[in-house]
Every structure is written in C-alpha cells, then in structure tokens.
Design a protein around this ligand. Structure first.
Ligand code: GSH
Length: 210
C-alpha cells in the first residue's frame, strides 16, 4: 500500500492522478500547507525540504520525495504510462515539466497573485517565461496527441495539473488550440477527475472559458 502525503496543489495532484490511473492501492495523509504542517518535525523526517508530495511504499519500507521520481517509481511498479520503447522521449518531457513548467508557472502564480509589494521585473519575467512554456507545449501537441508521442504517459500526468491552474495564469489557454485539445481530453478522464479531487471536497477541474 502506498501512503501519499498530499495537499491539493499541482505537485500533489500529479501523484494522486497517477495513483488513480494505475489503480494502485493507496491512502492519503493530508498535509495542510496553510497550517505549515510541512514544517512539523515528523514530516521533515520524510522530506527535509518540507514539501509535498512524499510517498511511503509500506510493502517496501521506502520513502520517496520529488514528484518526478515518484511518477517514475509508480510507473515502473505498475508497468503503466512509461513504455520502455518510448522512455527517452517521456523522460525528456517529464524533465521539461520538472525544470520549466512547474518552476516558471509556480513563480508566476506567486508574483502575479500573491506578492503584496508587487515587482514589475519579477512579474514580467515569469509571465514571459510562462507564455513561452505554453507555446512550447502547444507546438509539441500540434505534432502528437500527447507530449511524448501518441500515447498518454507520465509526462502528461506531470504537466496536466499545472495547466489546470490556467485561470491563475491570465495567458488565455483558449488561444492555444493544441494545448486546449489536450487539456480537454485529459480533463475528461475519470481517473483524472477522481485524482484531482482525492480529498472529496467537490473541487472540479477548471474548464476553458470561451
Ligand atoms: N520539486 C518538488 C516541488 C514540490 C513543491 O514545490 N511542493 C509545494 C506544493 S506544490 C509545497 O510543498 N510547498 C510548501 C512549501 O514550500 O512550504 C516536486 O516536484 O515534488
């Protein structure tokens, strides 16, 4: 059984969606970031950086941090969403997510929405980089149905919850035809809906406003 230490954020949702998709038996331990529970000593023993997601595979007595590593581990464990013949391209897009999509959109969220002082330099920098991320994803998805090719993979599972925050980005997802097509099709997957709202609070995947 997998225990997922989770909060309803893009990095948390990558793993809850993956667990639903693979049908691996799991339970959730909610770490309330608004209450700083990530800094409690018992959680810092699992992840010294104090960030979710973390999993424990209780059968193996294994603690694992970092969402990319967790997705690879769960893909290998379930033999799903990481076919060996396409591993190299899947890793390429997974690394693009880990190194660019998450960090750029994440900083954009902060400077665009939460920075009380306002910093034009930071807002412009992360907005422009977020637009570049949308452009790169849209171009890739104009060539293939999914990021790494014709099949849905952990690269898509990693990227989807970040694009699900599109309303925060103010970039206008509907302008990106291929990214919008991809987003809508993944939003309709039953496991994605379930993983997105794994705390059962009734949260719905944001639709694209027309
Ligand atoms: N590189 C890490 C990033 C994890 C991360 O940034 N988690 C955020 C939530 S999306 C978090 O725990 N934030 C709490 C904090 O920074 O105190 C991963 O991919 O797992």
């Amino acid at each position: 059984m997998i225990e997922l230490f989770y909060s309803p954020t893009p990095n948390g949702r990558k793993v809850s969606i993956m667990l639903e998709e693979t049908k691996i038996n799991y339970k959730i331990t909610h770490i309330d970031l608004s209450k700083d529970e990530q800094f409690k000593p018992e959680f810092l023993k699992l992840n010294p950086y104090g960030k979710i997601p973390v999993i424990i595979d209780h059968e193996k007595n294994l603690v694992l941090i970092e969402s990319g590593a967790i997705l690879i581990y769960l893909a290998k464990k379930s033999k799903q969403f990481l076919p060996q013949e396409n591993e190299t391209k899947i890793f390429e897009w997974l690394m693009f997510q880990m190194g660019n999509v998450g960090p750029m959109l994440g900083q954009h969220h902060h400077f665009h929405h939460f920075n009380p002082e306002k910093s034009k330099y930071a807002e412009d920098r992360f907005f422009k980089n977020s637009v570049r991320v949308y452009e790169v994803l849209d171009r890739a998805l104009s060539k293939n149905n999914y990021l790494a090719g014709e099949d849905y993979s952990i690269a898509d599972i990693a990227t989807f919850p970040w694009i699900a925050r599109h309303e925060w980005h103010d970039i206008g997802l509907k302008k990106y035809k291929h990214l919008s097509r991809w987003y809508k099709s993944i939003s309709n997957r039953w496991a994605v809906k379930k993983g997105y709202d794994c705390l059962n609070t009734g949260e719905k995947i944001p639709k694209i406003k027309l």
